[in-house]
Design a binder for this molecule. Structure first.
Ligand code: OGA
Ligand code: NI
Length: 197
């Protein structure tokens, strides 16, 4: 497990964008994908905030994903295994990089076909608790012609990351602007933030 954490942290230290191709095992990624689909079937994936109730015109929306917050009180063993891995990562990060992370929040995200998340930063102006963003992807066979990429803007350049199964991306929430390009098919992930206050 530490080798995966080293891969994520090492690439973050080198390029500000941490990447680990196989952060989640294939089995866990598949089981989490199934759980997300079950939640959707039960109508528990709900539109994410940012004024969606005020702006009715979908083209003006900032984001079109539907989300479900993970919770340690869950009885789903796969969700618990995921949160366990996150806690181990935080412990490792704090030990190796003195980051002082003392909280976290994660949600499943489902982008229906045709939805996106416009260019943004993840830290709120009135609350700086979110220090690092960590996103894990749950999509089989994503092709580079599919769209729905994570686009990260860095020093005037836009880098594209495909949301493929098992992959994790890690970056500083206050710094990098990013967006999700229009997804031509359902796009599944777990987005989260490591926090300190
Ligand atoms: C977010 C976000 C990007 C992605 O949830 O804030 O930017 O690739 N997600 O899912
Ligand atoms: Ni974001």
């Amino acid at each position: 497990m530490n080798a995966k954490f080293d891969e994520l942290i090492g690439s973050f230290v080198d390029n500000e964008i941490g990447l680990c191709e196989h952060f989640l095992t294939k089995t866990l990624a598949k089981l989490l994908q199934q759980h997300l689909q079950e939640l959707d079937n039960e109508n528990r994936m709900l539109p994410a905030g940012i004024g969606n109730d005020i702006i009715k015109d979908p083209l003006q929306k900032k984001r079109g994903d539907r989300i479900f917050w993970l919770d340690k009180k869950t009885k789903n063993i796969n969700e618990l295994a995921f949160l366990d891995q996150i806690e181990n990562f935080i412990e490792y990060l704090n030990k190796t990089c003195y980051t002082g992370i003392n909280a976290y929040e994660f949600h499943y995200a489902l982008y229906d076909a045709g939805t996106f998340y416009k260019r943004h930063r993840d830290q709120f102006k009135n609350n700086q608790d979110r220090k690092y963003t960590l996103i894990s992807y749950l999509n089989d066979d994503w092709k580079d012609t599919d769209g729905g990429e994570l686009i990260i803007y860095q020093a005037g350049k836009a880098g594209k990351i495909l949301p493929t199964m098992q992959k994790a991306v890690f970056f500083r929430s206050s710094e990098l602007e990013h967006e999700v390009s229009v997804s031509p098919r359902p796009r599944m992930s777990i987005s989260g933030w490591l926090k300190s206050n």
